[in-house]
Design a protein around this ligand. Sequence first.
Ligand SMILES: Cc1cc2nc3c(=O)[nH]c(=O)nc-3n(C[C@H](O)[C@H](O)[C@H](O)COP(=O)(O)OP(=O)(O)OC[C@H]3O[C@@H](n4cnc5c(N)ncnc54)[C@H](O)[C@@H]3O)c2cc1C
Length: 336
Amino acid sequence: MQENISLKPFNTFGVDASAKYFSEVNSTEELIDILKPSNSQTPFLFLGGGSNILFTKDFDGLAVRLNLKGIIEEIVDNNEILVTAKAGENWHQFVMFCLEKNYGGLENLSLIPGNVGTSPMQNIGAYGTEIKDVFVRCKVLNLETLEVELFDLEKCRFGYRDSIFKQEGKGKYVILEVTFRLTRTNHKVNVEYGAIKSELENLGINNPTIQDVSKAVINIRQSKLPDPKVIGNAGSFFKNPTIPLSQFEDLKHKFENIPGYPNGDFVKVPAGWLIEQTGWKGKQIGNVASHKLQALVMINATGNADGKEIFDFSTKIIDSVKDKYGIELEREVNII
Ligand SMILES: Cc1cc2nc3c(=O)[nH]c(=O)nc-3n(C[C@H](O)[C@H](O)[C@H](O)COP(=O)(O)OP(=O)(O)OC[C@H]3O[C@@H](n4cnc5c(N)ncnc54)[C@H](O)[C@@H]3O)c2cc1C
């Protein structure tokens, strides 16, 4: 265990906060040892890839970096395989591993930063796919009992960028490994998302393989999203708000161009559009900005921002959108 460690290398915003104590664990046994009641007076913070976290202050407790590694494959039948990855496996490398073996189901989720163990936290999703579509179960450590438990799809209560781990299970479990059901032969290629279709056309591909879809997704992401290694960010800072249909219809009278994606009695409104329409796209205050190509992405523009400055900037955006549209944006990023 180390003391007073800078968390700057452990968050993709690149903000400098420190943890009173810091430790890295390589196995469930090491994790349990660290969490034993004698050590547990201090608060804990679990770290994956640090790509969905904003430190607004120093952490006065023990930050635990989860470095559990390993992938297990279990053939189900001619078409299906269960693939289990430990929490500390890098997500994109895991997706690439599956694609090299020609296992289908994760290709649309290529190049999402972070670790496998964090993927159920917000049911990571992109380009028409979410992990819930291929999720089987995850193994978790119950922090109260220090017992290992299994959570199946139903128990995880996945929603849009949401799960039990962000709601009533928040702070109660550490995810140790995740199992996915993938295809081996009859792949269901999902190219419904407009940008994937046009990128495949650009690449001259008519009958895409799962590897082609991954390539298209990677190209799109690289052209649109800032690389955290170059500019500190945590991807989409806000969720796309879902509002009642009646509220959307009222707004449509006032703002006829407002985009919306109906879902039953609700409509999802793109947060990026709301941020752009309130004049924040590309705008910079001090060290923080909304990205010029992706309004939804807050960036550490100078590299010198602290977490509080990024948080305050995001509050200004929330206030502007609320004033103009009466819609309350919700932060997707985990605020510490
Ligand atoms: C450029 C960029 C693009 C992105 N694009 C997408 C996207 O398309 N779709 C999407 O869904 N997300 C996206 N994200 C967000 C992010 O990549 C995901 O949310 C990812 O799953 C976070 O993983 P992580 O390991 O980095 O999490 P961390 O930031 O390390 O942790 C996030 C939260 O989970 C907790 N935690 C971490 N590991 C565990 C564990 N094993 N058990 C319990 N709690 C844990 C942490 O304490 C923290 O509260 C993007 C981020 C960036 C920087």
